[in-house]
Design a protein around this ligand. Structure first.
Ligand SMILES: *[C@@H]1O[C@H](CO)[C@@H](O)[C@H](O)[C@H]1NC(C)=O
Ligand SMILES: *[C@@H]1O[C@H](CO)[C@@H](O)[C@H](O)[C@H]1NC(C)=O
Ligand SMILES: *[C@@H]1O[C@H](CO)[C@@H](O)[C@H](O)[C@H]1NC(C)=O
Ligand SMILES: *[C@@H]1O[C@H](CO)[C@@H](O)[C@H](O)[C@H]1NC(C)=O
Ligand SMILES: *[C@@H]1O[C@H](CO)[C@@H](O)[C@H](O)[C@H]1NC(C)=O
Ligand SMILES: *[C@@H]1O[C@H](CO)[C@@H](O)[C@H](O)[C@H]1NC(C)=O
Length: 504
């Protein structure tokens, strides 16, 4: 299916032809290359669905425990990572239909952070989930805004805090999953990025935050406007708790971003260089379009950058210290959300391989990315069809491309076991969202999926809408994949990395 010829490649010299890491990165534990391993996939429980989303519509008939309801299509479910015990996954969602105060059920309303049991057992109240932020006193929700989001929830390795959106949700000394973590102990702190020379004002708007495994650094992205040009830069920074700020807003306890470094290297940003009639493509160019994650070992940032092959969007690693760039994914399809395993050897990626959707653009391999500076935005925009995404989780052995330059390697579909019927784990109408996540012991992966809904099906759209078979007819689901043949990794605490990025 793939064209392996390098048609225009003869005209191109690659500056980083021999990858010095090729030998040393072969991890003995992962000698198997592309043989499939057993993966067990199940759906995890979520709060029950109410079809009456008006005030009081979440009745005791729907949820006898009085711990909230979600809407079939309005849950805004986003799953996150595992707590360090591996027995819980973080998620954010919107509760609906709560009765008014003073009914204690009134707390189960709007956007909240929950944790969901992954091992089939229940919390003491009989639920499989626990809401962390429901009923947090208003004066402990600092910098609360109605437009806030809890995207990409990421628990810290201490089990007491979660980075979600541009907030840190903190239960003090109590483990989030323990009965000691009650709403009165929870504080929700905003994260502020100072962009003013005087330290005043609200600071810069930040997005797509990802936590470093050392628990003290993050990456984030920020959009900047200059005339009619919109661009995005990525940054690396240290989180510093500021219990009593004297400058800048909000003047509440908050986390400040300090030692902020742009993930941008003026010397090595251009992928093309010219000499006479010769053009060279610099495979070591650092072209961070959007920082999207940090390696489990904490030594690399992963990003979506300028394609290495025409119209083929891939993930690249850049070493925080040396600035060495390594292409992480090679498949011709579009890849975007992903997570690298705690031992740095594996990735779980969400990509469009199962649909062959991008093949007409990127199926021919080895074509240098000559037109891409103009086209990448258009190419990446067709990966989905409105709300209908084509992302499927794939398990990706990071050593394969280094070891044998096997550019046809695409990994193993995580949810391949299934009969493809409505509601099965590989039902093609359930589309993967961001981000899939590894457990710290490397044996489990959590991800979530959304069912295709109108207007991306139904009505004048020739694709009929699939009927949800999920509980309550909900159109979001939380999935757990267990890599049953793997031995749990020893969890090792990642030491805080340097605040300094020499090339940034
Ligand atoms: C929705 O729930 C509210 C509160 O219980 C109730 O007053 C209303 O009649 C319900 N609406 C429907 C359509 O059942
Ligand atoms: C399931 O997870 C809970 C919470 O961490 C733990 O207490 C319990 O022992 C686990 N049970 C099994 C069977 O793994
Ligand atoms: C929930 O809401 C009620 C009434 O609004 C309040 O009295 C109670 O303290 C809140 N917190 C919890 C944890 O139920
Ligand atoms: C990091 O920021 C802190 C606080 O602003 C400052 O004291 C420290 O010197 C900075 N470290 C580096 C390496 O710049
Ligand atoms: C262009 O590349 C050719 C072949 O590698 C080489 O012989 C020639 O000197 C190069 N020209 C320039 C201007 O670098
Ligand atoms: C929710 O989604 C289901 C299934 O796609 C659909 O039948 C229903 O009309 C939707 N409801 C709303 C309120 O959008």
């Amino acid at each position: 299916m793939y064209f392996s010829t390098v048609i225009l490649g003869a005209l191109i010299t690659t500056a980083a032809h021999a990858n010095p890491r090729a030998q040393e990165s072969l991890h003995p534990a992962h000698k198997r290359a592309s043989a499939n391993e057993p993966i067990d996939v199940i759906e995890l429980p979520l709060p029950p669905v109410t079809h009456n989303e008006t005030e009081g519509g979440c009745t005791r008939q729907v949820n006898p425990h009085g711990t909230g309801c979600i809407g079939a299509n309005s849950s805004n479910l986003l799953s996150g990572n595992f707590l360090p015990d591996g027995n819980h996954v973080t998620a954010s969602l919107v509760f609906t239909g709560a009765p008014a105060s003073p009914d204690p059920r009134s707390n189960y309303s709007g956007l909240n952070l929950i944790i969901v049991r992954t091992n089939g057992t229940l919390f003491p109240n009989g639920d499989a989930w626990k809401c962390i932020t429901c009923g947090v006193p208003a004066d402990q929700q600092y910098g609360f805004t109605s437009s806030m989001d809890y995207q990409y929830p990421q628990a810290f390795t201490d089990g007491t805090r979660v980075l979600a959106g541009a907030y840190i949700i903190d239960c003090g000394t109590a483990q989030l999953a323990s009965p000691q973590c009650t709403p009165d102990k929870v504080h929700i702190y905003p994260i502020r990025w100072n962009t003013s020379p005087t330290g005043s004002g609200a600071g810069g708007s930040i997005r797509e935050l990802r936590k470093h495994p050392d628990d003290v650094h993050i990456t984030f992205n920020a959009i900047s406007y200059s005339g009619s040009t919109v661009s995005q830069y990525a940054y690396f920074a240290r989180l510093q708790f500021n219990p009593a700020p004297t400058n800048g807003t909000p003047l509440t306890p908050r986390y400040d971003l300090v030692n902020v470094t742009g993930l941008y290297s003026p010397e090595s940003t251009s992928i093309f260089s010219f000499e006479g009639k010769n053009m060279t493509i610099n495979e070591q160019a650092i072209t961070v379009g959007e920082a999207r994650g940090l390696n489990g070992l904490g030594n690399q940032v992963q990003y979506l950058g300028s394609p290495a092959e025409s119209c083929n969007i891939d993930i690249f690693d850049v070493d925080l210290k040396s600035g060495e760039v390594v292409r992480m994914t090679y498949g011709p399809e579009y890849v975007d959300p992903f997570d690298v395993s705690p031992d740095g050897q594996w990735a779980v990626i969400m990509d469009t391989t199962t649909s062959d959707r991008m093949m007409f653009l990127s199926g021919m391999r080895g074509v240098p990315p000559l037109v891409d500076p103009l086209l990448t935005a258009a190419v990446s925009s067709i990966r989905n069809n409105g709300g209908r995404r084509f992302f499927v989780p794939w398990l990706y052995d990071r050593n394969v491309p280094y070891v044998n330059s096997d550019r046809s390697y695409e990994g193993q579909q995580v949810n391949a076991a299934g009969d493809g019927s409505p509601g099965s784990v590989n039902d093609p109408f359930w589309n993967g969202g961001a981000d899939p996540r590894w457990s710290l012991d490397g044996t489990k992966i959590a991800y979530f999926q959304l069912l295709t809904v109108a207007p991306d099906c139904g009505g004048s759209n020739p694709l009929p809408c699939p009927v949800s078979t999920a509980p309550g007819g909900r159109t979001a689901r939380l999935m757990l994949a267990t890599l049953t043949s793997r031995k749990p990794l020893k969890t090792t605490k990642v030491k805080p990395v340097s605040d300094t990025i020499p090339w940034g």
